[in-house]
Structure formats: structure tokens, C-alpha cells
Write a protein that binds this ligand. Structure first.
Ligand SMILES: Cc1cc2nc3c(=O)[nH]c(=O)nc-3n(C[C@H](O)[C@H](O)[C@H](O)COP(=O)(O)OP(=O)(O)OC[C@H]3O[C@@H](n4cnc5c(N)ncnc54)[C@H](O)[C@@H]3O)c2cc1C
Length: 507
């Protein structure tokens, strides 16, 4: 890990930093020569570049002072020192959702950093290891360079009913295959990895609770994205090749997109100083739960994306001349209500943060899970309403090439007209944006990632069930129903766990 005097400071410098790396990336069965210039990949790079731009334009929102370097650093690399830091993560995420209309790919790394910070502290306290000191050094290094970190948690998992060590093929979960005095070698694959090619480092972590038999799967380490032995296979997104066509209307959101790839590790080396867990399997669940706690309320970003979709729905209603109708206004109110429900639960989870033993602040797990559970549903309903307002043309619209054609272009110009004072092309553009966000490329981020990212819906229900304190609630009911008297004093004393946080007067 080399030292630097100044890290990546602009969006342009970030894009430059992605050039000339020895990445092995496959797309359509072929090696990609240069990811930066690839028309299908570039929109995802532009989306990450916005996180650098925002840091310059709105430093209070998108940067923080690092306790490790004493310098102002990008908030995506900052460890939450206080409740306000957790809250400001959410505000930054909503803003970036508004600016890009897609997944800007840096939340996984930010949430992994924060979760690992407190977990390594607690492993060291238990085993007298030195993971936390190593990790702090790595954090300072990435902050100095202003690097992008990809969080690699989700294994391909094979048979979902079996633990890692029970799988027919041991490589279905990433694991240690070999050890030397300098470090370890890992093999396996991580699926759905957001922004991995647009990152500088990957943080590899276990995906689930582990047992004694899974010790070799309990590995956490940092790996440069261009490390020897890594192969990336690029994920397809609906309508992705539209960005390879001429013109910019049909892609809907020509400038920004998300990115996922499968990352395959074949005997990839991690040196000792970059290993942050090795065999302490009982801490895997702490890491996963803390990561998902941060990450499930990070889905507040979807309220920023929702702002764009609500704007697009209101605009098409205007362009169609339907905006004065009461049901249209009501549908926009409903979309806003749903969107703000996502924001409200996410920001509440952040405001109800509590310090961990390491001092870093952790969001409220109950509210974070409630936020993410809303996110698995509400963007689908918001999308349904947007499609309602858009009309059928959003899926039957002819191509930009036809619109530009000398033979039929004038016919489309005439017959695709909505309100007389609105150019036909504007109407086409807004319809394509709605298509992009609800069926096309950015529906990956707005819909299916909302469903599965940070865990599928059932994972949230399990966490909610664990924390719902039903016995306490039954006691409340029994007291008022007169079944069990004189419980009041005891009930007040029993306020703990989630309700301990709810009624904490230290706010
Ligand atoms: C767009 C996108 C971006 C993502 N980005 C990242 C990323 O950057 N980093 C990362 O680490 N991960 C990422 N993920 C992965 C995400 O965390 C997983 O998709 C999620 O954990 C679900 O895993 P899965 O996709 O393998 O689905 P599965 O685990 O196959 O789930 C499918 C269904 O089966 C059910 N199921 C699964 N296992 C069991 C079981 N044992 N018993 C009963 N039911 C079960 C689930 O509840 C669900 O209903 C991303 C996912 C998406 C879609």
C-alpha cells in the first residue's frame, strides 16, 4: 500500500483512474479492452463519478473530516463518529438518487467499512488479534487515495438449504484454499457485485452465519480489483444494448446506469496486512447483521430515484394535457406518500443510531429492516402508477431512428404529438425515461435491486420478528385488559432492546 499526498479529487480524475488496469472482464463472451470507453459500461462509471462531483459541490453533505487522517474525505469512506454522520449518509444517498436516477454503487463499500470497523474491534477484544489496527490503516490508506470500495458479500450459494461446508462443490462459497507465512489464497465467486469494475478495491466478506465446520469460509480481506486470479463476467441489464445504438433517446437515461458483475476468484492472494477476519466464524453473523443494518436503510437512495420518477410522471401528465384531472393529482400524491414512507423509515433508523463498543455509530436495526421491507414493495407501486400516467406509448413508441428518418420521421412528429406547445421529442424523451426506470436498464436498481439487494424480503421479516418483543407487548395488553394487575412498574423497568432505543431520552 503506497502513500500519496493527494488522492483522486475530481470526477474526471476518478474516470482517469479506471484506465489502463489489468482487469479481465468478459462481456458478450469477449474480453473488454477498455471499460471506460465501452458504451454499455460507461453510464455506470458516470454514476460513480457523480459521488466525486457532489463532494466538491456540496462538501457538507458528501464529505466529512476523518479521525484517521485529519483531512476532509469523501463520506463514502468515512466511519460514522456520531449520529449525524449516519443521518448525513442518508441525505447524501437521496441527493445522489435524484442526480443520477440510478444506483451510484458506492453504498455497499461504505456500509461494509462501517460494519467491519466495529466487528474487527470486537474480534480483537475477544481474541487479542490485531484486525482492527490493520483495518484502520487500510481505511486511512483508501481515504488518502480517495478510492472506491466494492463490498463483495453475496456468494453464489449453490443449494440454499446447505451450509458452505456441506455444498457438493466447496467453491460455491468463497473460501481459503492455501496458506503461506505471507497470507492466504482464496477461491470461489461472488454474484451480483455492484460497481465492482468501477471500484479500486474489493472487500471480500462472508455472506451468512457460519459454524465451526466453515472456518475456512470465515475470511474477510481487501483485494485490489485487478489482482491476479480475478475474472469478471459482466451482468446484462434489460435494454442495455440501447446505449450501443446511435442517438440518446431510446436509452431513456443516456448518461447514467448501474453495474453488476459476477466476480470469480481463482487462487487470489490476500497478504496478512489486508486480512481482517480469518477463521473467527462466530463473528460472521455480527458482520453480516451490522452490514445489513447499515445497508437496509441505505436504500433511502431509492427515494431519490423515486423523486425522479414522480417528476417524470407529473411531466408526462402535463405533456399529455391530463395534469389537471383529479385522479392524476391524487396518483402523484400517492406516489409521494409512498416515496416519503421509504425516506421516513430510513432516516428514522439513522437518527436512532447508537454507538457500538468501537465508538462508531450503528443505525437502528428494527427501523432499517422496516425501511428495506418497504423498499421491496413501494417502488413497484410507484412504478405502476408512473406507468398508469404515462399511457401505453411508453412501450409501443417507435425507435429514435424512425423518429429521425427522412421517410417516416415527419409522420411520427405529427402523430406522436401531445399538447401542441410541447415538442414531440420531449414527450418521447420523458416516456423513454419512465420505461428506463420501470422496465429498462435502471429498473434493475429501482426494482429488482430493491427487492433483493441487502437481502430478499424474508431476511427482513426474520430480523423484524427477532426484535418485535411480543412478550413485552402481551404484558402491556394484559395489564390494560385487567388480566394481570400491578405490572406497570415492572413494565417500565423492562424497557430494553428496541424499546430501549425508542424510549432513550438521551437524544
Ligand atoms: C441489483 C443487485 C445488486 C446487488 N449488489 C450486491 C453487492 O454489491 N454486493 C453483494 O454482496 N451483494 C449484492 N447483491 C446481492 C443480494 O444481497 C442478493 O441478491 C440477496 O442476498 C439474495 O440472494 P440471491 O440473489 O442469491 O437470491 P436467493 O438467495 O436465491 O433467494 C431467492 C429466494 O429464495 C429464498 N431463499 C433463499 N435461501 C433460502 C433458504 N435457505 N430457505 C428458504 N428460502 C430461501 C429467498 O428468501 C428468496 O425469496 C445485489 C443484488 C442485486 C439484485
Amino acid at each position: 500500500m503506497d502513500e500519496v499526498t493527494e488522492g483522486i479529487s475530481t470526477a474526471e480524475a476518478y474516470i482517469e483512474s479506471l484506465r489502463g488496469r489489468a482487469l479481465k472482464v468478459y462481456l458478450f463472451g469477449e474480453l473488454v479492452a477498455d471499460i471506460v470507453e465501452h458504451p454499455m459500461i460507461r453510464p455506470s462509471i458516470n454514476a460513480v463519478a457523480e459521488t466525486f462531483q457532489l463532494a466538491l459541490q456540496e462538501p457538507e453533505l458528501a464529505t466529512a473530516i476523518s479521525p484517521f487522517t485529519g483531512k476532509r474525505v469523501n463520506r463514502f469512506l468515512h466511519i460514522a463518529q456520531k449520529r449525524e454522520d449516519v443521518v448525513l449518509q442518508n441525505k447524501m444517498q437521496r441527493r445522489l438518487g435524484q442526480l443520477t436516477g440510478t444506483c451510484f454503487q458506492r453504498c455497499v463499500g461504505m456500509d461494509a467499512f462501517n460494519a467491519l470497523y466495529s466487528t474487527t474491534f470486537e474480534i480483537d477484544a475477544c481474541y487479542h488479534t490485531n484486525y482492527h489496527t490493520r483495518f484502520r490503516k487500510f481505511i486511512a490508506y483508501t481515504q488518502n487515495h480517495n478510492f472506491v470500495i466494492g463490498g463483495a458479500m453475496t456468494d453464489v450459494k449453490g443449494d440454499r438449504s446447505l451450509a458452505p461446508h456441506q455444498q457438493a462443490d466447496p467453491d460455491l462459497f468463497v473460501h481459503i484454499t492455501r496458506r503461506t507465512s505471507e497470507g492466504v489464497y482464496i477461491t470461489g465467486a461472488k454474484a451480483h457485485q455492484t460497481g465492482c469494475l468501477n471500484s479500486h478495491w474489493l472487500l471480500v466478506m462472508p455472506t451468512m452465519r457460519l459454524t465451526d465446520n466453515d472456518r475456512n469460509y470465515a475470511i474477510v480481506g481487501a483485494i485490489p480489483v485487478d489482482a491476479k486470479g480475478i475474472t469478471y463476467i459482466y451482468g446484462r441489464q434489460s435494454c442495455d444494448t440501447r446505449s450501443m445504438e446511435t442517438g440518446d433517446i431510446d436509452s431513456g437515461n443516456a448518461h447514467y446506469g448501474g453495474q453488476e458483475a459476477m466476480v470469480i476468484f481463482e487462487e487470489v492472494f490476500i497478504p496478512n496486512e489486508l486480512i481482517f477476519m480469518d477463521g473467527e466464524y462466530e463473528f460472521a453473523s455480527m458482520l453480516v447483521e451490522r452490514f445489513t443494518c447499515y445497508h437496509r436503510r441505505s436504500y433511502v437512495c431509492k427515494s431519490g430515484v423515486g423523486d425522479v420518477l414522480i417528476g417524470a410522471a407529473a411531466t408526462i401528465a402535463e405533456f399529455n394535457g391530463a395534469d389537471k384531472a383529479s385522479h392524476i393529482k391524487d396518483k402523484l400524491v400517492e406516489m409521494t406518500h409512498l416515496n416519503e414512507t421509504i425516506y421516513a423509515t430510513g432516516i428514522a433508523a439513522s437518527y436512532q443510531s447508537k454507538p457500538t463498543l468501537s465508538g462508531t455509530y450503528l443505525a437502528d436495526d428494527m427501523l432499517a429492516n422496516v425501511c428495506k421491507h418497504h423498499v421491496t414493495r413501494l417502488p413497484y407501486e410507484i412504478s405502476r402508477l408512473a406507468q398508469d400516467l404515462a399511457g401505453g406509448l411508453m412501450v409501443t413508441l417507435p425507435s429514435e431512428q424512425d423518429f429521425r428518418s427522412e421517410t417516416v420521421g415527419h409522420l411520427l412528429e405529427k402523430y406522436l404529438k401531445g399538447r401542441a406547445d410541447v415538442p414531440t421529442e420531449h414527450r418521447m424523451r420523458i416516456l423513454r425515461l419512465i420505461e428506463n426506470m420501470t422496465l429498462g436498464r435502471n429498473a434493475v436498481g429501482y426494482l429488482t435491486e430493491s427487492m433483493h439487494g441487502a437481502g430478499s424480503p424474508q431476511a427482513q421479516r426474520i430480523q423484524i420478528a427477532r426484535q418485535m418483543q411480543l412478550d413485552f407487548k402481551k404484558q402491556l395488553a394484559k395489564e390494560l385488559a385487567g388480566i394481570k394487575k400491578r405490572q406497570k412498574d415492572m413494565l417500565i423497568k423492562e424497557i430494553s432492546d428496541y424499546f430501549g432505543r425508542v424510549f432513550d431520552t438521551n437524544v
